[in-house]
Design a protein around this ligand. Sequence first.
Ligand code: NAD
Ligand code: WQD
Length: 341
Amino acid sequence: MKVLVTGGLGYIGSHTCVELSKKYSVVIADNLINSKIEVLERLNSIAHSRVIFEKIDLRNKKEVAFLFEKHGDITGIIHFAALKAVGESVEKPLLYYENNINSLLNILEQVQQLNSEINFIFSSSCTVYGEPLNLPITEEEPIKKAYSPYGETKQICENIISSSSKLNMNLKSISLRYFNPIGAHESAAIGELPLGKPQNLIPYITQTVAGLREELTIFGNDYNTPDGTCIRDYIHVTDLANAHIKAFEYLIEKEFSTNEVFNIGTGKGTSVMEIIKSFQDCTGKKVNYKIGKRREGDVDATFAENNKALDTLSWSPKYSLEQALKSAWNWEKNYRKLNNE
Ligand code: NAD
Ligand code: WQD
């Protein structure tokens, strides 16, 4: 079976392609707007079968039509391609609406013209919940007004997929709402590769320890949490990658068109201070940090209730937080060719 992976050279996409390649043939469509072509070689060095790459801008209808003409024999689509920087989306909302929504529309337009069944998985985010009313967050948590245009694109895309699934009997779909993916493949051949200054906590930590950044700023220690720093649900990217395979296999087994959502997290919350301590303990490296001001839009705590995915998809996270943090550091070291064990 052939699976189309949009955004497959990105962080989560590349890890998912490695897992997919154990059983499926994989075609990646990516325009490299937030990834590097060198990832393809790195990915193929650990893939179980060679993945094919198509340089396609999904905003471009003609390019998407070409993609589907060439690979009309796909049975699945995992749609990762999107812009994802929350702060940038506030400054450039049109870019985010255009990229994230038009890419999806162009793909679904082609899906509609196929006469075969498509199992479709969408990269959604815990950001769709905004500030949660209840913890842990279940899939029943009400969807509130999004904090950012980025978050709003995820809400809109989920709705578009749901309406399309109702009309197109060939379309079976799942939106996976990821919590905070971290870490890297155990080979350290691929990992998170932010272009420019990292926005997320873990790459900021690894780049600080690697000497690329002077110090980490903890965004506030006056939150309503035991140590005052924000709590998040950090999940190893390989566990997240495997959730896509489980979701895909679940859809294949479904007889009729369906549209479902699942939280993908560990179910455990960890504070920023706890992350720093665990990182130091499991790598033996000191993290330079200072306490700074709160970052706009951050909420005290988010972590998942993941029972729906555990029970329905027969998926469960396998890696510990320490393994995830260690793998993130191994990747950073390997990528920067650091030799400072
Ligand atoms: P990423 O930026 O590393 O990967 C996204 C890939 O999509 C990149 O390779 C980029 O070049 C490509 N892309 C973007 N727009 C494109 C377009 N118009 N045409 C073709 N390719 C395009 O991001 P990631 O962290 O791997 O995230 C993957 C998905 O998961 C995104 O949809 C993101 O919103 C979602 N998500 C990410 C996180 C996270 O913390 N990383 C959390 C929740 C959800
Ligand atoms: C984690 C914690 C920060 C950087 C983001 C998106 C969300 C989803 C997942 C896509 C927070 C703190 C961070 C730093 C810090 N992505 N922090 N100093 O904000 O939970 O979620 O990624 O869908 O939509 O918002 O992740 O890694 O940015 O932050 O203190 O330099 O680390 O305040 O508490 P976040 P993050």
